[in-house]
Design a protein around this ligand. Structure first.
Ligand SMILES: Nc1ncnc2c1ncn2[C@@H]1O[C@H](COP(=O)(O)OP(=O)(O)OP(=O)(O)O)[C@@H](O)[C@H]1O
Ligand SMILES: O=C(O)[C@@H](O)C(=O)CO
Length: 419
């Protein structure tokens, strides 16, 4: 029986948590959207459903998440996890609270866990406040996020502003030094109407303690670290071998970068000094109908080179600002995403079988362009960014969150090929 069903609110977040669970030794399958059919889960430990529900209207996010939850329940998943961003990306009208409340009702549970901590990626919780690499969330740069600016670091404040209940805080001392007291402490807080538990977490050991204390909850919520902890606890009990998956070296690969994050900018700079690279011309994307064909041909003629050619829209923030002012942010994003989707589809038809994609929205677009229904999760190239094999196709894809991976990520990804 599948142990965990995960509902992720974006594509790269879905591969992030899937990868952490694979790393802990679980076999994981990921679907893009709610599958229309059932799935023969066999020895699958976790099924992840990737939605695109982080910044869509609340009612739509609730509806999609409930459909995913019902499907996971029908597949026999023992428990469920709602995965959101480790930086709790949401607004006061955001979707995390309403989706959590709806899932709690559907799964009939009076309490759940709120745990965006991912110590491996510098996300920790102290006194109920979320830190990103040692900085309070609202001083980490996330306060300037264009869609979901994070103006507070208190998880209690953030959660209570968008949900129907109260949070209960469990401090670091109790987590670290008195794990045996956690059950009583939680009961006490529940008697005081606590509905969402926030535990302080500094390291992976704390996460294991938290996952263990909440293992009776039919629903938990949080980020990739929680998936890692749940899978690790299970493997400590079961102890079988890790899932392996090979990325075939034969065939051609391409790097498609539509992320404009600081890290992706560095990765693009690094890679373009080593491999054939083409910066996309936004004006041509919008106005030149022949541009797709010429970019496709540019990539196809370079498919045999030792390093995969790269096509990128990635630019530093000041240039993006100018482009967005000129065309309108939503319009230009949509056109670039559509371009990447069409490019990926054309390249797949030309025999390209490996796609290294940067950016959450860009990944969503490429996944749709390639008509990918689901993926088996393989080895990580960086924490939270694994190679994946497309279900039922000889095709491999990486979906990289904007800020994940080191400078040499695109090159490093290609060192994972098997002959
Ligand atoms: N040169 C450009 N001008 C304007 N918009 C661009 C440009 N290049 C990319 N974009 C758009 O910026 C958006 C980047 O979002 P995306 O989610 O892909 O990356 P990200 O925000 O860095 O990643 P993540 O969400 O994983 O952190 C996309 O909609 C993309 O189309
Ligand atoms: O949790 C994270 O930081 C990521 O998986 C994510 O959600 C990126 O959008």
């Amino acid at each position: 029986m599948t142990k965990l069903g995960v509902i992720a609110d974006d594509f790269t977040g879905a591969t992030d948590i899937a990868s952490f669970m694979v790393n802990a030794g679980w076999k994981v399958v990921l679907f893009n959207g709610v599958p229309t059919d059932g799935f023969d889960a066999q020895d699958t430990d976790a099924i992840v459903i990737a939605l695109k529900s982080r910044s869509i209207p609340v009612n739509d996010a609730v509806e999609l998440s409930l459909a995913a939850s019902a499907w996971l329940k029908a597949q026999g998943c023992q428990r469920q996890l709602f995965k959101y961003c480790s930086t709790f990306d949401s607004t006061a009208q955001g979707n995390i609270g309403p989706v959590t409340d709806a899932l709690m009702k559907f799964l009939d549970t009076p309490a759940t866990l709120i745990c965006p901590a991912v110590p491996d990626n510098g996300r920790t919780i102290v006194h109920g406040h979320l830190f990103v690499k040692g900085e309070l969330l609202n001083e980490s740069g996330m306060e300037h996020h264009p869609v979901t600016p994070m103006k507070h670091a208190s998880l209690k404040k953030l959660m209570e502003a968008q949900s129907v209940g109260l949070c209960g805080l469990i401090n670091l001392d109790t987590v670290k030094n008195h794990p045996a007291a956690l059950a009583t402490e939680m009961e006490k807080q529940q008697a005081n109407r606590a509905r969402y538990f926030i535990f302080d977490v500094l390291d992976n050991q704390d996460l294991l303690t938290v996952a263990s204390a909440t293992s009776h909850f039919p629903l938990v919520t949080g980020a990739a670290g929680l998936g890692y902890a749940i899978a690790t606890l299970d493997k400590q009990r079961a102890g079988t071998a890790k899932q392996t998956m090979q990325v075939k070296a034969s065939g051609a690969g391409v790097v498609l970068s539509g992320s404009c994050s600081a890290m992706t900018n560095q990765q693009v700079d690094f890679y373009q000094q080593r491999a054939s690279s083409l910066a996309l011309d936004v004006e041509k994307i919008i106005h030149d109908p022949a541009y797709l064909e010429s970019v496709s041909q540019w990539v196809i003629t370079r498919g045999g080179e030792p390093l995969a050619p790269m096509v990128y829209a990635t630019q530093p923030p000041q240039i993006i600002e100018l482009i967005q002012k000129h065309y309108g942010a939503a319009f230009v994003s949509d056109r670039i995403e559509t371009f990447f989707a069409s490019l990926a589809r054309t390249l797949a038809r030309a025999g390209f079988n490996k796609f290294i994609v940067a950016g959450g929205e860009t990944s969503g677009a490429v996944t749709q362009g390639l008509n990918i229904e689901g993926m088996i999760i393989g080895e990580p190239v960086a924490p939270g960014v694994p190679w994946t094999q497309v279900l039922n196709k000889p095709q491999w894809v990486i979906l990289k969150s904007g800020n994940f991976g080191s400078q040499d990520f695109f090159q490093k990804a290609q060192e994972h090929y098997d002959e």
